[in-house]
Write a protein that binds this ligand. Structure first.
Ligand SMILES: [Ca+2]
Ligand SMILES: [Ca+2]
Length: 77
């Protein structure tokens, strides 16, 4: 379970180039944080997360997409 604030700080840490979205490479660069994201979104891997929640199919996850994924997994507190 995570609060929106915790998600936001996780998102910022993962977004290394600070372009406002998390690419699959950024997920692979931080395996520890990526594991937290997987558990909060009930996905098995970064590929799974992208396949299920990259709504606009641009190959990366925005904060909105991440938030929606966590909400759908009922893990947003
Ligand atoms: Ca980025
Ligand atoms: Ca996207």
């Amino acid at each position: 379970m995570a609060t929106e604030q915790e998600l936001q700080s996780l998102f910022k840490t993962l977004d290394r180039d600070q372009d406002g979205k998390i690419s699959i490479n950024e997920l692979f660069l931080s395996p520890g944080l990526s594991a937290i994201i997987s558990s909060e979104t009930n996905t098995s891997s970064p590929q799974d997360l992208l396949a299920r929640y990259d709504s606009d199919e641009d190959g990366s996850i925005t904060f909105e997409e991440l938030k929606e994924a966590v909400e759908k997994a009922s893990n947003l507190t």
